[in-house]
Design a protein around this ligand. Structure first.
Ligand SMILES: CC(C)(COP(=O)(O)OP(=O)(O)OC[C@H]1O[C@@H](n2cnc3c(N)ncnc32)[C@H](O)[C@@H]1OP(=O)(O)O)[C@@H](O)C(=O)NCCC(=O)NCCS
Length: 160
């Protein structure tokens, strides 16, 4: 793990870089099973400026968990978001060029640490059934599949 990385709270000013990293990560992880039209429609909706402005407000005022990870050159290489009151992990994405270096684990540990501090017993996440990268990551991190919801699996892990 590079000691020079910086993890900070998401702000609306991160919108463009988060959008473009999400696009890169989505194409890498999902283009085998989602067509380009579907990818772009979902990206443009879920990662819109308006959506990010709302999320930044929630980070600042409601304790919503959304962290961005920059390298020593201030290049965004990953992000994570979720609700530390319900235990639901919403998003976790790394730059495809930075996979396997422990950054995903580090971001997940931060989220789990917040859950533990809040007395939340379980962390839950959703992952597309066809997302082998994501499913393998969650399996190695101790998540188990608890439900099948359409194209997704719902996963859960006890917070220790
Ligand atoms: C899932 C993801 C966040 C993992 O991030 P990462 O930084 O590569 O993960 P880490 O380097 O911390 O590795 C975590 C574990 O997964 C394993 N792993 C990482 N990449 C792997 C791969 N391609 N194949 C198999 N195992 C892999 C590591 O060996 C490690 O296992 P360990 O903790 O038992 O040693 C990243 O692959 C990603 O952005 N995927 C696309 C988006 C996604 O699937 N998000 C989650 C679901 S929404």
């Amino acid at each position: 793990m590079d000691a020079q990385v910086v993890i900070s709270d998401f702000e609306a000013s991160h919108h463009a870089e988060v959008y473009s990293l999400a696009k890169k990560a989505w194409y890498h992880a999902y283009s085998d099973f989602l067509d380009e039209g579907t990818l772009n429609t979902r990206l443009n909706c879920w990662y819109s400026r308006e959506s990010h402005e709302g999320m930044a407000w929630n980070v600042k005022n409601r304790g919503y968990f959304f962290k961005v990870l920059h390298d020593a050159n201030r290049r965004l290489i990953g992000f994570i978001s979720g609700n530390t009151r319900t235990g639901v992990l919403d998003r976790l994405y790394l730059d495809p060029a930075e996979l396997g270096k422990g950054y995903g684990s580090r971001l997940l540990e931060l989220f789990l640490g917040e859950l533990k501090a809040n007395g939340i017993a379980e962390c839950r996440a959703c992952c597309d059934r066809k997302n082998r990268l994501g499913l393998e990551f969650y399996r190695r991190k101790g998540f188990r599949i608890i439900e099948e919801n359409g194209e997704d699996y719902a996963l859960a892990k006890a917070v220790e």
